[in-house]
Ligand binder design. Structure first.
Ligand code: GRF
Length: 211
């Protein structure tokens, strides 16, 4: 029998809590050859997350890991770290994962956890970033992909995209235009990080100069 070539693409673990449209953008980028990686597993803390079905539809293992089965946050994060490591995950991508990530997971994946946030950080961290931007009255907001550290939405920034706020915007119309940018930005940022030619200098994500 002919031996099949081993798939050497880097493995991603994607953590979700809901809709999973950013997960879908990652799966689509992989399917279309724009991102050289493979999603090893998708984990949701919520059983009803629509993203779990998106993962299954793409033939990706999809797990529900409920918080109530774990004594505390550290125990939950240890369980997450264990299952991601057991699958050989190289990079963890938070995609609408509505939990703070604690030390057991951060130390298992140092500078190996990304998040996407719907604002130009450090403006408007936390929940409802699009509403915060609209109510503040900024004329430009956007999306940020950043490394995750112990502080909320505060790690080194990998990529950002700007989105203008229009006079007639509602939270919904603004969020929809930001989402278009999120779907473009996240796969691109994942590709950059997987390429490996970068370092963190202070707070800055610095790409190696091309010689
Ligand atoms: C996105 O707006 C993302 O930036 C934020 O949560 C939302 C998740 O949406 N962190 P989806 O589940 O990827 O559709």
């Amino acid at each position: 029998m002919a031996e099949t070539a081993k798939d050497s693409r880097p493995l991603l673990g994607v953590l979700i809590s809901g809709r999973g449209s950013n997960l879908q953008s990652i799966l689509d980028a992989i399917a279309q050859g724009r991102l050289d990686a493979r999603v090893a597993v998708v984990v949701s803390n919520r059983a009803e997350a629509a993203g779990l079905q998106r993962a299954r539809d793409a033939g990706v293992e999809a797990l529900h890991l409920p918080a109530r089965d774990h004594a505390d946050r550290d125990a939950y994060d240890r369980a997450l770290a264990d299952l991601l490591r057991a699958r050989g995950v190289e990079l963890v991508c938070l995609a609408g994962f509505m939990r703070l990530v604690g030390d057991p997971l951060l130390s298992a994946f140092p500078n190996r956890i990304l998040n996407i946030h719907p604002s130009l950080l450090p403006a408007f961290p936390g929940l409802e970033a699009q509403r915060q931007a609209l109510e503040h009255g900024v004329r430009v907001t956007g999306a940020t992909v950043h490394f995750v550290n112990t502080d909320l939405d505060a790690g080194p920034i990998v990529l950002q995209a700007a989105v203008p706020v229009l006079d007639g915007d509602t939270v919904e119309t603004l969020a929809a235009r930001i989402l278009v940018e999120e779907h473009r930005l996240y796969p691109e940022a994942i590709g950059l990080v997987l390429e490996g030619a970068w370092s963190i200098v202070g707070r800055r994500f610095v790409r190696a100069a091309v010689s």
